[in-house]
Design a binder for this molecule. Sequence first.
Ligand code: B3K
Ligand code: ZN
Length: 858
Amino acid sequence: PPEIRREDYRPFPWMVPETRLEFDLGLESTRVRSRLTVARNAKADASPTIRLNGDGLVPTSVKVDGEPTRAYTMDGDDLVLTLPGEAHEIAIETEIDPSSNTQLMGLYASNGMLCTQCESEGFRRITFFPDRPDVLSTFTVRMSGARDQFPILLCNGNRTDEGEDGDTHWAEWHDPWPKPSYLFALVAGDLVARSDSFTTMNGREVELNVWVRDGDLPRTEHAMESLKRSMKWDEEAFGREYDLDLFNIVAVSDFNMGAMENKGLNVFNTKYVLADPETATDGDFDAVEGVIGHEYFHNWSGNRITCRDFFQLSLKEGFTVLRDQLFSQDMGSEPVKRIEDVRILRLAQFPEDSGPLAHPIRPDSYREISNFYTATVYNKGAEVIRMMRTMAGEEAFRKGTDLYFDRHDGEAATCEDFVRSIEDGAGLDLEQFRLWYSQAGTPKVSVELTHEGEEAVLKLRQTVPPTPGQPDKKPMPIPLKLALFDQQSASHSGEKLVVLDTESAEHRFDGFANKPVLSINRGFSAPVTIDRAIDREDLVFLAASDNDPFARYEAMQDLMVRHLVAAVGGKLSEEERNRGGASIAEAMGAILADPDIDDLMRGELMSMPSQTYIAEQMELADPGLIHAERERLKALIGSQLSEPLHRLYERAEQVPFSLDAEAKGARKLKTMVLAYAAASDPEKAAELAAHQYDRADNMTDRQGALMVLTGLEGVERTNKLLDFYNRYEGNALVIDKWFALQASSLHPKVVEHVKALADHPDFTLRNPNRVRSLYMAFAGNPQGFHAASGEGYKMIGDLILELDPINAQTAARFVPPLGRWRKVESQRAALMREQLERIAKAEKLSRDTYEQVSRSLA
Ligand code: B3K
Ligand code: ZN
C-alpha cells in the first residue's frame, strides 16, 4: 500500500455543492442512488477528470446530465469520469450488502438494525464520492424500507417529509449545513427514544432524542442529562450555540470505537450511552458524560469547522478532547479529573511516543489513516492546546478560540489556521511553539535547584529524544508552573510560570534564607517527563503539604517510582528495600489521616504507579520483576497501614449510595483498601470482598469486590464469578465486564483463564466490545501478556491474524503492545518480535495491520 504524504495535499478540482441520496433499505441488499451536482473548483488546478472514491463497489448505472454513459474507468476501486464542462450532474447506482459488512465501516447491520460509520473513509463503501474532508456538500436523503423491520428512519439534519407505501415507508431528510462525507449518517431500526428539549442561549428550542433498544430506555437518563449539560456548558465556556432544531443520539452495540459526531445524528457505542447504578460503575458514568460532551462539542470543533485533510485530525480531536476535559473538570472534581487525564496520557501516549509508532500530533505520512486515531493525536493534541491556554491565560485564550470559530466557520481548516487564530486572538507569539505540531517524542526536562546565600538557583535542561524519521530535535517552548516552598511554614510566595524555550536555562529567585523546596510542572502544565534532583524528604514534604493537588499526587508517584525502579534494578539491599517501602507507607499514612482532602482525591494519592509507567522509566524493562516488586510494595503498604486502612473502610462503608462526590469517594476508597489488603492479607481481603460483593447495591462496589476476588485463589472467586454471570446474563455491557475482569486479573493462571474464555459461548470476534473486553484487557495485563513463556504474545498474534479479515481496524489496535519489544528485556523481546514477523508473513493482510506491523519491525 502506498504512503500518503501531507506535503502532497492538493485541493480537489471539483466542488460538489449538492448531494442527493436515495436508499432502498434491506439488511442483505440496499440499493443506493446518488445524484451529485459538481462544478469546477476555481481555487484548484483544473482537471478534465473527476475521481470518485469507492471501496468494493460495483456501479450498476452511471449517468452524466441524465444520460447513461460508459465513459468512465475504474482505477482500482475508484470510478474516474471525464467531464467536458464547468458543471454537471452525476448519477450513480450501487447495491450493497450490509449484513456481510463485518468491518463495521460504511453501512452495516447490527442486531437487526442498519447504521453507518463513515469516518474516515467509510462513505466510499456506500457510494462513489470524493470521500475527502475538504469536499463539503449539502445532503438531501430519501430512505425507504419495510415499516415493521425499520420503524424508525433517521439521518442528518431535519426530517422534511415522510410517507407510506404499502408495507414500506419512507422519510426525507435535509441537512442545511454543508459537510464532508465522513459526517454522513443514517440509522434504520426498531428503536425507542428518551426525548427532551433544550432552549439555546438565543431562545431556540431543540428537540433531543436518545435512541436505544426497547429494554434499555431506563438506562438513558444520565446520557440525556449529560447532553443538556454539554449544550449549556459550550454556550458558557466557548460561546457556542447548537445550530439545528433536532439532535439525535443512537446507541448501537457493534461499534469500532466510542462514538461518532455525525452532524445532528451522533452514533454511539452502547457503552457510552447506557448507565444506571445497577449496571454501570462510577467510572462508566463519568465516561458517558465525557463522551457525550466530546461528540456534542465536535458540532463546532469538527463539523462547523472541519479538517482540510486527515493529517489535520488533531485540529478537531486534540481541541475537542481539551474541551471535553475542561467540561468534565467543571462538572466534577477539577484536580481529580486532571490526574485521571495525566494518568491516561502516561499509560497510552508516553509509550507510543517512545516506541516505533511515534508520530507528531500532526503526522507527515500514513498508509491507513485509521491507524492515526491515536493517544498522540487525541491526548497529546489536547495537552498542546492546553499549553497555549496556560501561556495565554483563560481570557485571552477564549479570544483566540472566538476568533478561530469566527474566521473559519464553514471551512475545512488546518492546524496552522488554529495556531494563527490563537496567536492573533490571544496575542501570543507561537512561532517556536509550532514545533509541538511537527516534532514527536516526549521531551525530558532535567531540573536542579541549588541555594547560594539568599538566592535559589534553578537549572533547567531539555532534551527531545529521537523518534522514527526524526533523529535530531530542536528545543521546544515548555511552560512550567512552579512554586518554591518554605519548609517551616509550608507555604510559597506565589506560583510562577517559566517557559523553557532553549536547551538549558537558569533562573534565580531572591529572598530565601533557607533552601526552598521546589514544586514544578504543577497541574502538569507541560506534557513532559521531569527528571528532578530532589531529596526523598522533600518529596515527602510535597506529598503532604503542596497546595497543588496534582503536585502532591506527583510527589507520591515519584516516591514510589524511584523506589521501584531502584528495587527492580537490583540497587537496593533487602534492608534498604524494606526501609524504603516503610517510609512510603508512612507518607501514605499521612494522606490517609489528612482531614483536608476529600476521598476522591485521597483515592488518587493512594494509587500506585502503573506497571507501564514504571517500565517507561527504565531502559529495558523486565515485566516479571516490575510486577513482583510492585506487588511487594503493595503488600508492605497494606500490612504497615492495615489498621488505618480498615478504619477508612469502615468509615466508607457507612456512606449510603448516591452519585455525589462524597459517596463516589467512599466507593473508590473501599476498593482501594481491598486491593492493598489482597496483597498483604489475602484471606482477610477475600472475606471482605465477598461481603462487599454480597451487600453491594451498585456496580462500583460489586465490580470492585469481584476485581479483587478474581485475582485471588479460593471458593469465593468461583462463587462470585458464577453469581455475577448468572445475575447479568443477557446484558452485553456487564458480561463484557465479566470477561475483562478475568482477563486483567492478578491471578497467576490468567493465561489459562483467557484461553478458556475465548471458547466461551458468549465470546465472538464479531463484536468489538467483546473482543476488547477479553483481549485488550489481557494485552494490558503484564501478568498475562508478558508471561515468560511467550504464550501471551502468541495469543495476541493469533488474535490479530484471525481478526484481521473480519475487522481490520480493531485487529490493528492489538499490534502496538507487541511493537514495544525494544523496551523489554531480550528474551521476551525476541518472542514479541517473533509474533510480529509471523504476522508480517501472512498471505493477506489489511492495510491497517500491515502498516502497524511493518512500522513495529522497522
Ligand atoms: N471522530 C470519531 C472517531 C472516528 C474514528 C474513525 N476510525 C470519534 C471521535 O473522536 O469523536
Ligand atoms: Zn473526537
